[in-house]
Design a protein. Structure first.
Length: 437
């Protein structure tokens, strides 16, 4: 018997796939945009060349999940278990089927993930075989791949599964993988930073709250922060490195375990998922050098100028697409104003927000002087005791699974092809320009 979320997804996917095929038959030759040589050499920046159903990123308005902004989601997504923040279960439902769920819907989904959350013993054995000082993202990636033997997609593909059923097997893998991630991620945290003193899951808690519980931080406010954090970090359209990597790997029909692991290896890069770690390190270096946890705006401004003069960037400021303050930064600021407005480091973050944009604007070459999501998240995590910066990308990765895996279901339902962009050599470019001249 098909569960209610799977049935609803099948209905939505079938309708859109039919519509898409008809649209391509009539308009497949229409040019969407012209690619410049700068884009060819610049990492395909801004080239419209993939479909990503779950979210879209606007340079001014920021991220929208199925058309809803983050402030709208904070208002419309239902809560359970006393949460005061939007629930990641509700966002996953919205991304998958383009409908705001009811409270009953997310209560069901929360219990469904708890039912699917058992991690195979081999995964714990793989992790325990690694040195305790192995980077958390290395452990996370290896743990994900170690579960690949349970892939429903892989098994059914080997049995000769029809293409029309690819989405079904992908859905099963996505649900199982999302359900298991909090246990795996918390296990990595406890073995790396707390001498392997693990905390058993509580199946009565919702997905994000249970993750917080297994990390060892049961402050009710931190449970709410985890619900908010895993919601706002879940997706950021398909062009970011981790989402695109997972999409590319999955386009080869690698199963969701292999595909998501690929995305996590991309997230681990310093230009992508390490940013929140770099922000909080920069802040603590600043307060140490200044000798105070309550620096003035003038002191911060001088430190910013010194950082820029040394040829370094201000971590947490600027974004490849956004041209306004990141709504995810604002959502975290609202949370901090409600719960921890007297925290010294949080107040430093707010002063930096006042100081940095005018300085960057004065340089005359910075397109986006505004803070992104990473400018605030580290300060919130440190306040509640999660001070191990090297772990922050794992936390980001757990959240990003929601968007990546929801989008993966859509890619397989819509029959998205193997990605195979055309590459050229520099010699080809020179000959092309010579002909143009």
């Amino acid at each position: 018997m098909m569960d209610p979320l799977k049935r609803k997804f099948q209905e939505k996917a079938s309708a859109l796939t039919t519509e898409m095929k008809a649209m391509l038959k009539e308009h497949g030759g229409t040019k969407v945009g012209e690619v410049s040589l700068k884009q060819v050499y610049g990492g395909a920046r801004g080239v419209k060349m993939m479909v990503w159903e779950t979210s879209a990123l606007d340079a001014v308005e920021g991220i929208r999940f199925r058309g809803y902004s983050i402030p709208q989601l904070r208002e419309k997504l239902p809560r359970i278990n006393g949460s005061t923040e939007p629930m990641p279960e509700g966002l996953f439902w919205l991304m998958l089927v383009d409908e705001i769920p009811t409270e009953e819907d997310i209560a069901w989904l929360s219990k469904e993930w708890a039912r699917r959350a058992d991690v195979p013993d081999v995964t714990f054995k793989v992790l325990d075989a690694l040195p305790a000082d192995t980077h958390p993202m290395t452990q996370f990636s290896m743990a994900i791949v170690s579960m690949q033997g349970d892939s429903v997609f892989s098994k059914r593909y080997a049995e000769g599964m029809s293409k029309k059923d690819y989405w079904d097997a992908t859905y099963e893998d996505a649900m199982n993988l999302i359900a298991r991630l909090p246990r795996i991620a918390a296990y990595i945290y406890r073995r790396t930073y707390h001498n392997g003193e693990h905390i058993a899951p509580d199946p009565n808690l919702d997905w994000a709250a249970n993750y917080a519980h297994m990390l060892g931080i049961s402050n009710p406010d931190f449970l709410n922060l985890m619900r908010l954090y895993t919601t706002i970090h879940a997706d950021h359209e398909g062009g970011n490195a981790s989402a695109h990597t997972a999409h590319l790997v999955n386009s080869t029909l690698s199963d969701p375990y292999m595909s998501y692991a690929g995305g996590m290896n991309s997230l681990a890069g310093p230009l992508h998922g390490l940013a929140n770690q770099e922000v909080i390190k920069w802040i603590f270096n600043m307060v140490e050098q200044l000798g105070t946890r309550t620096p003035s705006k003038e002191q911060i401004a001088q430190y910013v100028q010194d950082t820029l003069a040394a040829g370094r960037v201000i971590p947490g400021y600027g974004h490849a697409v956004l041209r306004q303050p990141d709504p995810r930064f604002t959502a975290q600021k609202v949370f901090a104003e409600e719960y921890i407005k007297d925290d010294d480091i949080v107040n430093v973050v707010w002063k930096i927000f006042d100081v940095v944009p005018p300085i960057l604007q004065s340089l005359g070459k910075v397109k986006n002087p505004w803070p992104n999501v990473d400018a605030h998240s580290g300060a919130l995590l440190v306040h509640y005791g999660l001070k191990e910066y090297g772990y922050y990308t794992v936390l980001f990765g757990v959240s990003r699974a929601l968007g990546v895996l929801a989008a993966m279901c859509w890619s397989r339902a819509m029959g998205m092809p193997l990605e195979r962009p055309k590459s050229v050599t520099s010699e080809w470019v020179k000959e092309f320009l010579a002909k143009e001249a």
